[in-house]
Design a protein around this ligand. Sequence first.
Ligand code: SF4
Length: 489
Amino acid sequence: MVVRLEGHDCRHAVEQALLSWLPERERVWDGSLPETGDALLSRLSPGETPPRAYARLRLDGALGEGEALLEGPWPEEPLLRRRAEQRLVKTALYRALTACTGETLPWGALTGVRPAKLAARLLGETGDDPDRARAAMERIYSLSPERARLCAEAGMASRRVTRELEDRDAVLYLGIPFCPSRCAYCSFVSHSVEKSLALVEPYVDALCRELEGTAELVRETGLRLRAFYMGGGTPTTLSAAQLDRVLGLLREKFDWSACGEWTVEAGRPDTLDREKLAVLAKHGTDRISINPQTMEDRVLAAIGRKHSAADIEACFHMAREVFPGQINMDLIAGLPEDTESGFARSLDRVLALEPENVTVHCLTRKRGADLNVREGLYPDGEAVSRMLEHARDRLTGTGYHPYYLYRQKFSAGGLENTGWAQPGTECLYNICMMEELCHVLSLGAGGVSKRLWRESGAIRRAVNKKYPKEYLDCPGDAVERKRKLFLEP
Ligand code: SF4
């Protein structure tokens, strides 16, 4: 397809919009438009009143046009002006694609990974009126009514948290990049302990050093911790003694007086026992996540899990006996060999356990995951979309509400991941992370720390070495990066 841009240079925005519809089609940029064949003209006319974007598309012989108008004048601030330009260009293109193909997308012209950020902004502009924010999302971005509602609910949760936060507030993340074995869909930097057992103990040593250096930084800067999250990988791959050491040191070195939440991902049932649960509880962990992904044994086998759905239920009951806090359970829609009825059965079995939170993900096929090479096993995008619809109806009908959401590139059908919570059990860390509401201090391999300027929304990052081996080879590097990030102006 030949693509010509006129009056703007928002190539990335056009690329993102095209990716949602035509991921495979090759593009030639800025050519003169041919008489025949696939072609796109994307034009921005900033001099017109109101400012207007226009798109004309020829695709597989069909023609479509679309336009988008800015509501109000151009923003004066350059960053906001740039965003408005991108938004207009994408919306005009979305409308041209819709006219050409007769199809619509649930997320309309929105391509970003954090749609609730937009909802929170619109809520701010409409005096926290969810109906007006929803209407604006449908009108400006062509969101489906369901997605606009979902987004507005997550936006409201974000607004509530924002009002409670101060400039000095931060969340702390600690990553354990090991798992008992590797799931077939996984693209994280997680190492199977079967292969990397020798790295685990030195990793814990290095983590403890980073933890002490970071605690010193927190004292120097006056940062205040509001939530803690231990993720991975699967943190409970560590032994009870290793967990005791890390969590004990965390308790000792940081001031937790303003922190209302400690989460540990207990991930897989094959890593959890009563002793580890008792260690988590002893150090004040008040939320864990037990993640079945599916309750269909056939699907568990297809993704390389070495346990059954009955093991997950037994693990959950054991946790309820020993562990007094909240429990989240993750499910994934779109796993290989799963079906709509299989997904519905999984959700029923999870809900029968009455976890406080349920997180419903869409399968994302990324480089590095074994599943990439096993085509033909996946439910299609429309089936995944129906799974999410079913989850939405079932969860809302059971008293859960959506409180955070995000999208990932290459997720099935361009759909979203949503965190659902029983009232009063929303995970603060998830909201802060997804909506980028406060600073992030991140410990361990691959950790990304963020310094946030709340007024402007500007963010700077410091990234730890990605792989455990690299992380171990550079002692002091992770603390040094964080010091630079938070101490330099
Ligand atoms: S448990 Fe999670 S992090 Fe570990 S291999 Fe499976 S998907 Fe990856």
